[in-house]
Design a protein around this ligand. Structure first.
Ligand code: NAD
Length: 505
């Protein structure tokens, strides 16, 4: 069995074939239904996990709150030291953890390892923040007064994550939530419970080594019931949700209904525009990675290719050649670039989408076949910019290609979808670049030039506009969303001058 074959890896993280406890709140437990972790390569059960239920969630939320009271009092650079130790643990487990990601999610091993690397990177970023997370002093209009802006933790950050980045999304959120003084409660995707257990075990050990309450980073595996209870619970002061637009819309409204803060990282429908003046080699390589990488299951995967009509045929010819060389297969095998889809259901999405393309008058230029099991052939289609099928995010490796004549038209096509996550243009012209990043340019949160739509670095704020939810995570000043901003006016004058010069009695 898969488990036996990779027994050493699983045992390293205390994962057994059955009876794994999927809840951690300072202790390992679980009173919810048994969930199965399935290997997408052959749909074999890897291991079973006793997930959590709403009672487990209730207890865990209280435990996190208790632990956070201690954590928030640590000087921020001291929190940084703990994050540094977490980083060290991840470095020591980089490969095996990446392998669990590959086995459970189905992405190729280098991408599984890359995901752990992203977690390591954000911990370094958070360590830096622990020395630089500063507030400000604002000039007061009143004599003998000082105005300060302070950034304090909100309490608990609930993290609901998607299947496709089963570690990095938690890493991004937890690193920043922790450095800003919050506790974290993680509800991972029900199809990736093993890697969430593995990560939580490493974090647990680090916290214990530092004599800190390990419930600070709690875990409740489970499905919709646990997720929706967490969204509705006022003890989750921030709810960071990563997943589909459909579920995110609901979660956003529930959190707003209780005046909680939400960070929504939802679906994308990302496009690359290829201008006539671009370096075509560079563009072709970038497009291949962006459209086929992670078998099209990144939120930033390129789904639409908008090509200047004069170079369309040349580019498509190159892409077809490149697509023909992509090896589809076992994600642990060297040389494989495209693993399986995460679930069988995704194969139907692939087939349905291609059916719609043809019904709406489009053509399949390359691929178009399900290859058995969860495997599909990465596919290129030829569509018209007005077709309905290209307005939806199908989470599979299908790239819809279309042509344009003018830059304005290309930008309009890029913006003519509900989602607004990532976008990119290939050009060598500075005028085009500045138009693209300006007010009449791309309406996405991520606006690239001469790089693919995917593969963001942790230093920038990550997220998108419109139906992508508007949230920002990771770098830049995203940390502020995990904080309560205080505007403090301190009067040391002994008198009581009022703002706006008001004289009151
Ligand atoms: P999904 O929406 O099906 O599930 C996401 C999470 O929400 C899971 O943990 C699930 O259990 C939970 N959930 C389901 N119903 C819920 C409810 N009613 N209340 C609260 N939680 C609930 O998404 P998925 O299939 O796991 O992931 C793929 C989607 O995620 C794609 O649309 C992709 O674009 C998006 N995504 C976005 C980003 C981003 O940063 N913008 C990153 C990764 C994935």
């Amino acid at each position: 069995t898969i488990y036996d074959k990779h027994k050493d890896t699983f045992e390293r993280f205390g994962i057994t074939k059955s009876g794994n406890k999927g809840v951690f709140d300072g202790e390992w437990k679980g009173s919810g239904p048994v969930i199965k972790s399935i290997n997408p390569v052959n749909n074999e059960v890897i291991a079973e996990v006793i997930s959590g239920n709403v009672n487990d969630l209730n207890t865990a939320l209280d435990k996190v709150a208790e632990a956070q009271k201690l954590w928030r009092d640590l000087p921020v650079p001291k929190r940084g030291e703990v994050l540094l130790a977490m980083r060290q643990t991840l470095v020591e487990n980089l490969e095996p953890l990446g392998k669990v990601v590959a086995l459970e999610m189905g992405k190729i091993l280098p991408e599984g390892i890359g995901e752990i690397q992203e977690y390591i990177d954000i911990l370094e970023y958070a360590l830096g923040l622990s020395r630089m997370m500063k507030g400000s002093m604002i000039p007061s209009e009143r004599p003998g007064h000082v105005m300060l802006e302070t950034w304090n933790p909100l309490g608990t950050v609930g993290v609901i994550s998607a299947f496709n980045f089963p570690v990095a999304v938690y890493g991004w959120n937890s690193a920043i939530a922790l450095v800003t003084g919050n506790g974290v409660l993680w509800k991972p995707s029900p199809t990736t419970p093993l890697v969430s257990i593995a990560v939580t075990r490493l974090i647990e050990k680090t916290l214990r080594d530092h004599n800190l309450p390990s419930a600070l980073c709690s875990l409740v595996t489970g499905g919709t019931e646990v997720g929706s209870s967490l969204a509705a619970d006022p003890r989750a002061h921030v709810l960071s949700f990563t997943g589909s637009t459909k579920v995110g819309r609901e979660v956003g409204q529930v959190v707003q209904g209780r005046f909680g803060k939400s960070i929504l990282e939802l679906g994308g429908n990302n496009a690359i525009i290829v201008m006539e003046d671009c370096d075509l080699d560079l563009a072709a390589r970038a497009i291949l990675f962006a459209a086929v990488g992670t078998a099209g299951q990144r939120c930033t995967t390129t789904r639409r290719l908008i090509v200047h009509e004069n170079i369309y045929d040349t580019l498509i010819e190159r892409l077809i050649k490149a697509y023909g060389q992509v090896k589809v297969g076992d994600p642990l095998e060297e040389g494989v670039l495209c693993g399986p889809l995460h679930t069988k259901a995704a194969v139907s999405v692939y087939e349905e989408t291609l059916k719609k393309v043809q019904e709406q008058g489009g053509k399949i230029l390359f691929g178009g076949e399900a290859l058995g099991g969860n495997f599909v052939k990465p596919t290129l289609t030829r569509v018209d910019k007005n077709m309905e099928v290209i307005k939806e995010e199908a989470f599979v490796p299908i790239l819809h290609t279309m042509t344009f004549k003018t830059l304005d038209e290309a930008i309009a096509i890029n913006n003519n979808v509900a989602q607004g996550l990532s976008s990119s243009i290939f050009t060598q012209n500075p005028e085009t670049i500045f138009k693209w990043i300006g007010p009449a340019g791309s309406d996405c949160g991520i606006i690239n030039v001469n790089i693919p739509t995917n593969g963001a670095e942790i230093g920038g704020a990550f997220g998108g506009e419109k139906a992508t939810g508007g949230g920002r995570e990771s770098g830049s000043d995203s940390w502020k969303q995990y904080c309560r901003r205080g505007t403090c006016t301190i009067n040391y004058s002994g008198a009581l001058p009022l703002a706006q010069g008001i004289n009151f009695g």
